[in-house]
Design a protein around this ligand. Structure first.
Ligand code: HEC
Length: 189
């Protein structure tokens, strides 16, 4: 075969492959549409302004009991000991030393910009052995416990969908919108 005829043969092959790709059936007969209940079970994101927070409430004292039985084995008796992520800790003056000292553990008290994310994360991902197993009241209570342990809310404060978005996080001021242009919009060097 000449080089040209090889190219023509290759092009014909690609066209056939493309033609087959377009001749797909409307359905393969596998899978089905998700039900509203299935979508609702996954549609649980909570935004920084509290949008998405469910009904329910919890206090730090209720959270302490749940924490001791379901969380302490991985995060330590007071949230500082590990073996897994350190959850409790502030840095002097509520500074932001992470670039200068990467060994400083990132905690809810010194790093997380939004209190509502604590709720979202715990509800969605913890405990790692049974994510999704906590009731909304339990998640509110654990959120209250961890915010109190970080010195952010008073011991008696009750967290619910109205109070949680109002909690001011110590590291909030270090997070700013990224106004840099996308790569495509940037002037070429
Ligand atoms: C079996 C061990 C285990 C248990 C039990 C567990 N966690 Fe975790 N937790 C982890 C691990 C591992 C991570 C880090 C996950 C990652 O980075 O992807 C984590 C991360 C977290 C974080 C995010 C930390 C950060 O700053 O990124 C929070 C908050 C948290 N856990 C809360 C809880 C709470 C509340 C409970 C109890 C309901 C709990 N965890 C139970 C293992 C556990």
């Amino acid at each position: 075969m000449t080089r040209v005829s090889r190219r023509i043969a290759l092009a014909a092959l690609l066209l056939t492959a493309a033609g087959q790709a377009f001749a797909q059936p409307a359905r393969y007969g596998i899978g089905r549409a998700a039900t509203p209940a299935e979508i609702a079970a996954l549609d649980i994101d909570v935004r920084p302004d509290g949008t998405g927070l469910p009904a329910g409430s919890g206090s730090s004292s209720a959270g302490a009991t749940i924490y001791a039985s379901k969380c302490a084995q991985c995060h330590g008796a007071t949230g500082k000991e590990g073996p897994n992520d350190v959850l409790v800790g502030r840095v002097p003056g509520d500074g932001f030393p992470f670039a200068a000292d990467p060994k400083v553990p990132h905690t809810i008290g010194n790093y997380w910009p939004h209190a509502t994310t604590v709720f979202d994360y715990i509800r969605r991902a913890m405990p790692t052995t049974a994510p999704g197993s906590l009731s909304n009241d339990e998640v509110y209570a654990l959120t209250a416990f961890l915010l109190h342990a970080n010195g952010i809310i008073d011991a008696g404060a009750v967290m619910d969908k109205a109070s949680l978005p109002k909690v001011a996080m110590p590291a909030r001021k270090y997070f700013v919108p990224d106004t840099r242009k996308q790569a495509a919009e940037r002037p070429k060097p």
